[in-house]
Write a protein that binds this ligand. Structure first.
Ligand code: ACO
Length: 418
């Protein structure tokens, strides 16, 4: 079955076939400006593509659209790992834009995700304006900084000096780093478990033509009593000015099992000789270094939207997480794109577990599925969304109760793009 375009031509959506991958991927790259990717990156993404979960849009013989859905498992508040489709590689050829092709791909994809039994779909958006209409709400934010390390000092907690640091070849210590990553996955909502091989290689991808004057990727391991307790992956971009060095440390990834290990790694990054700037991007919003620096303003912190969350099976999604304070509320949910979620749902839950069932009882809160997606990982408060006019309180007290219950002590965070 095809989608009839306003121009009269018919677009066919079909499952991607392996031999079509190059054509399909070129359509995607062209939609992002057409700059070729380094071959190592292209090959890795070919390997990671799940053909039976990828859609190609065809106008006759022309491939004019792409969309994929990685199989992921996302940590939710309470620590459960919930199956989720990681929506990715979405594009429509500029010759065919704004005729409904994206909409038809999103329709098919969300029907597919439902049939796969995955209660969530998640994505990172090239532009925030695109996905709200399909029921996605922004669920995590991320922090970037550009720290003047010639002026800003970092204090460290007790125990930092007990952490030993050593350089290692990034590719040689992937397993040790992965063990640290795996230990952190259940702790922070939004983290992605490694459900398929290949993703561990994204972190050490370091094509020469992608370095832009910086060094090859470097890795420092943090160890205590012979155990790896953290790692940092970074590059150095040396630069000399008339007044001396102006080198930059470009942090790619940092993970640590405890505050002392984290501080040891950050102290190291602050103190590298011949550098005066530490640039980091996409860090957790609540990371401790912000509260240990002598001058947060000279760190130039910025935040932006991270992971967008779509509840595909609302009941299953809401009962897969726990609630940090008891909640017993009836939601009146509007979901025009996935109408099977529309209607009234009673959510009863606490820190131990939850149930979410259809009900005929009177509604306490009225909202769309997008707001539930935003609040789902605990990073956006329902009360804030009510302040924005997007949640309506119908029973006095229900908003405070639900806002508190949905919150998370740890800020949700997406550890890497996809
Ligand atoms: C998860 C990811 O992979 S994110 C990557 C998304 N891809 C890109 O940004 C690459 C460049 N852009 C593109 O390829 C295309 O423009 C797409 C995929 C964003 C949109 O595809 P289209 O086929 O043009 O979208 P479609 O015609 O179905 O539009 C549906 C609606 O979304 C709106 N819309 C589409 N793109 C945008 C946008 N970039 N900004 C704001 N609104 C948009 C349309 O105006 C339309 O609104 P309407 O229903 O009120 O008329």
């Amino acid at each position: 079955m095809g989608t009839q375009l306003t121009t009269g031509s018919t677009i066919e959506l079909r499952e991607l076939q392996p031999e079509q991958w190059d054509t399909w991927y070129d359509v995607l790259l062209r939609a992002f400006g057409g700059v070729p990717e380094p071959s190592a990156e292209r090959e890795l993404y070919r390997e990671l593509t799940q053909f039976d979960r990828s859609i190609a849009a065809w106008d006759g013989e022309l491939c004019v659209g792409s969309a994929g859905a990685f199989r992921f498992a996302v940590t939710v508040p309470g620590g459960a790992s919930v199956p989720a489709a990681g929506v990715t590689m979405v594009s429509v050829a500029a010759t065919h834009r704004r005729r409904g092709i994206l909409t038809s791909m999103m329709r098919r994809q969300l029907d597919d995700v439902r049939s796969w039994g995955e209660p969530l779909a998640v994505l990172t958006a090239s532009e925030p304006a695109i996905y709200g209409r399909f029921g996605y709400g922004v669920g995590t934010f991320q922090l970037s900084a550009e720290i003047d390390t010639s002026r800003v000092r970092l204090s460290v907690p007790d125990g930092t000096d007990d952490v030993r640091l050593r350089y290692a070849e990034p590719a040689d210590v992937v397993d040790a780093c992965e063990a640290v990553y795996a230990a952190l996955v259940p702790v922070r909502p939004g983290m992605l478990a490694r459900v398929r091989p290949g993703w561990e290689r994204v972190g050490v991808l370091d094509p020469e033509d992608g370095r832009d004057g910086a060094s090859p990727l470097q890795c420092v391991l943090a160890e205590r009593d012979g155990e790896t307790v953290g790692y940092a992956r970074f590059a150095i971009k040396p630069e000399w000015g008339v007044g001396g060095h102006k080198g930059e440390v470009l942090l790619r990834e940092l993970a640590a099992l405890d505050p002392a290990a984290e501080s040891a790694l950050y102290r190291f990054l602050f103190d590298i000789d011949l550098t005066s700037t530490l640039r980091m991007y996409g860090r957790p919003m609540d990371e401790a270094w912000q509260y240990r620096v002598s001058d947060i303003r000279r760190c130039r912190p910025r935040f932006r939207d991270g992971l967008y969350v779509r509840l595909v099976e609302l009941g299953a999604a809401l009962q897969a997480r726990t609630y940090q304070a008891p909640v017993d509320v009836v939601f009146e949910v509007e979901d025009a794109f996935c109408p099977w979620n529309s209607g009234r749902w009673r959510l009863s839950g606490d820190a131990k577990g939850a149930s979410c069932e259809r009900t005929r009882d009177a509604a306490d809160l009225s909202l769309s599925v997008r707001e539930l997606g935003s609040a789902y990982l605990g990073g956006v408060s329902l009360a804030s969304l009510a302040g924005a006019g997007q949640v309506r309180e119908l029973r006095s007290g229900a908003l405070a109760e639900a806002s508190l219950g949905f919150g998370s002590v740890v800020a949700p965070w997406l550890p890497h793009g996809f």
